[in-house]
Design a binder for this molecule. Structure first.
Ligand code: GLN
Length: 454
């Protein structure tokens, strides 16, 4: 009922692309029956969730925000979908997103934009704007996002919600439609830190179906969230990243960030400034590595295997049908990145672009390693600005890419990071996010800090 009241595609939030009312009610009924029969259920049994439409569901269409997959019904559940169902979580439906998770505003969705519940004229972040908007508008208490360059954390920041990008390999990618495979990571989104931790513990852990899944137990994120709730951070060393702030950052964002850091100090943490000199080069490196992987991953949408097929009237060759389908099925941003990636990977340019970008990736990773010898976590604002008006940056891809300045380094290095709400900017009354970065497999530290701040 809440979804029907606030989520209209034309005038409302438009967080959902697909709502599975009957099946959600049936799943809730099953949980009730189990509970009545005295079965021992997990803490999230019966709790509704909004699922980003890039994660496969055997009982609902999965579009990745693209016309090329419109109406496609996956034959199987993603590992995380299966784990959530087994935990009794009720999947309400699938949420809107930038096409194939490319964007920072959800305006690249083929199905129309999602609006920020705090101000319907502003963007809810992206690519997972549907999931964060569903949380912020109280349509669901839990959501799943995926984060390739910030798509969990940036939407969380601009909607005042919690979003965690786990350590790469910490949550299975089996059934996650690939954007850039070496960067993609699914993770929990919620309105409270403990809720996110509980969801993280359901979806996380080794999966033999994902070749990059880490064969180690998930750190005890629930215990860390509970521990953090007592508000004591003594013994923690926190590094403020010098390179992530200053020019180009909105004054209200910097102010709320500064106050959050002060609070962390008051809670007992030792706060120092840390330099990560190669973070300045992370954004350009990412925008070579990501399109390169995208150009390869999106080659599978060939008009034969999935979804849309255009011009197949018997008179055209397979190649003509493929070209017509890809021309009509992909949006402008997907095409831009396929072309960019194909160019960067072409012989003669490979070393100059892709090879160089991979070297920068190593340098960014080393910056993290050196920083984590001095401190337990790093912090920065999650985004340089609060949510901007819908339409403001659609014609300026570079301005759009700059949203990811702070979030991209963690994707390049694969370490855990998160965004937690830290107040509203006074200029526009919009939410600001505190970005916390922890070493690989130290996801628990994020939760301790997030819960202490809450
Ligand atoms: N905004 C970034 C991009 O467009 C991040 C996307 C993501 O994390 N999926 O690539």
């Amino acid at each position: 009922d809440r979804i029907a009241a606030v989520d209209d595609a034309e005038t409302g939030v438009h967080a959902f692309l697909h709502v599975n009312r009957e099946q959600a009610l049936a799943a809730a009924g099953e949980v009730d029956a189990k509970r009545a029969a005295g079965e021992q259920l997990g803490p999230l049994a019966g709790v509704p969730l909004a699922l980003k439409d890039v994660i496969t569901t055997a009982d609902m269409p999965t579009t990745a925000g693209s016309k090329i997959l419109e109406g496609w019904q996956p034959p199987y559940d993603a590992t995380i979908t299966r784990r959530m169902r087994e935990a009794g979580i009720i999947i309400l439906g699938k949420t809107n997103m930038d096409e194939f998770a490319m964007g920072s505003s959800t305006e690249n969705s083929a199905f129309g934009p999602t609006r920020n519940p705090w101000d319907l004229d502003r963007i809810p972040g992206g690519s997972g704007g549907g999931s964060s908007a569903a949380l912020a508008s109280f349509q669901a208490p839990l959501a799943i996002g995926t984060d390739t360059g910030g798509s969990i954390r940036q939407p969380a920041a601009v909607t005042g919600t919690v979003g965690v990008k786990p350590t790469y390999g910490g949550v299975s990618r089996y059934g996650l439609i690939a954007c850039a495979s070496s960067l993609d990571q699914a993770g929990p989104c919620a309105r409270t830190v403990l809720d996110a931790a509980l969801l993280h513990s359901v979806i996380g852990g080794y999966d033999p179906l994902d070749a990059t899944s880490i064969q180690q137990p998930v750190p005890d994120v629930v215990a860390a969230a509970r521990r953090g709730a007592d508000g004591d951070l003594s013994g923690m060393r926190i590094g403020v990243v010098k390179e992530l702030g200053g020019e180009g950052y909105q004054a209200g964002v910097e102010r709320r960030f500064g106050e959050a850091v002060e609070v962390l100090g008051k809670l007992g943490a030792e706060v120092v400034e840390v330099s990560c000199p190669h973070f300045d080069y992370a954004l350009p490196a990412y925008y070579l590595i990501l399109p390169s992987e995208v150009s390869s991953n999106l080659a599978r949408f060939d008009a034969m295997r999935y979804g849309l097929r255009v011009g197949d009237d018997g008179s055209r060759s397979a190649e003509e049908v493929m070209n017509a389908t890809r021309g009509a099925g992909f949006g402008a941003e997907a095409k831009r990145r396929i072309i960019l990636g194909t160019y960067a990977l072409s012989s003669g340019y490979y070393d100059a672009y892709y090879g160089q970008a991979q070297k920068v990736r190593t340098l960014v990773t080393r910056d993290f390693e050196a920083a984590f010898e001095q401190v337990d976590v790093l912090v920065s604002p999650t985004t340089p600005t609060t949510a901007f008006p819908i339409g403001e940056k659609v014609d300026d891809p570079l301005a759009m890419y700059k949203n990811d300045l702070c979030t991209i380094p963690s994707n390049l290095a694969g370490n855990a990071s998160a965004s937690f709400p830290c107040g509203l900017a006074e200029e526009d009354g919009m939410p600001v996010g505190l970005h916390v970065m922890a070493p690989v497999l130290a996801d628990d530290r994020l939760y301790r800090i997030g819960a202490a701040l809450e």
